[in-house]
Design a protein around this ligand. Structure first.
Ligand code: 3PG
Length: 206
């Protein structure tokens, strides 16, 4: 399960974070992202239609790696797995959630923002983390400092990342990819613009 997270996060430099308010046209949204060469998405569980969006993405777009974000408790883990998500992401971490994901054998990217969070989770054998909220929690300098005590631990920084600063984050040796919502404009109706942004994001590299 940790290998699944590793290979999934290695597929694209950017994992778009999608908060979907309206299920209409959601298929165009996934198509636009795929046309923009993005291969992995995190659909947040923050809206009423999030589970339906997960179902649509996983059933109709088999080439897309569909993850569920804002997974906060064990019940969320079960519902997103049932909806077809192949991995889960959380903004922070609890031992209960991290242990439950292992019991379910469900790939999980827990959120961390400090050394104590990381220590709790490496005891459970986790090696890949969402660093959230990346800018507000200390930015690149903070993440760089974590590579000293935690060599080999890799992060997907998310929160405050955009097309302009993503390259700098991606050049850090402990960054496997970055996450962010900037690819999707607040009004999801300009699918050409989404593809344009996705192409720019997918061509980023360290
Ligand atoms: C998340 O849930 O990961 C964040 O809301 C994404 O942060 P961003 O909107 O600053 O990219």
């Amino acid at each position: 399960m940790h290998n699944y997270i590793k290979s999934t996060l290695s597929m694209s430099p950017v994992m778009p974070v999608l908060t979907i308010n309206n299920i209409d046209n959601v298929e165009y949204l996934f198509e636009a992202l795929i046309n923009g060469n993005l291969k992995v998405v995190e659909i947040t569980l923050r809206t009423d239609c999030a589970l339906r969006a997960l179902e649509t993405a996983s059933k109709k777009f088999p080439t897309l790696k569909v993850g569920a974000g804002t997974v906060l408790n064990n019940e969320d883990l079960i519902s997103v797995k049932n909806a077809g998500a192949t991995f889960a992401v959380s903004p922070g971490s609890t031992i209960s959630l991290a242990t439950h994901a292992i019991k379910m054998k469900f790939p999980f990217l827990p959120g961390v923002s400090n050394s104590s969070d990381i220590m709790n989770l490496i005891n459970l054998d986790y090696k890949f983390f969402k660093f959230f909220p990346a800018q507000a929690a200390g930015g690149i300098e903070y993440l760089k400092s974590l590579s000293g005590p935690f060599p080999g631990i890799m992060f997907c920084p998310t929160g405050g990342i955009n097309q302009e600063n993503a390259k700098k984050w991606l050049s850090q040796k402990n960054v496997i990819c970055v996450g962010g919502s900037w690819i999707i404009p607040s009004e999801i109706n300009d699918f050409k613009e989404i593809t344009r942004r996705a192409l720019l994001a997918s061509s980023l590299s360290s």
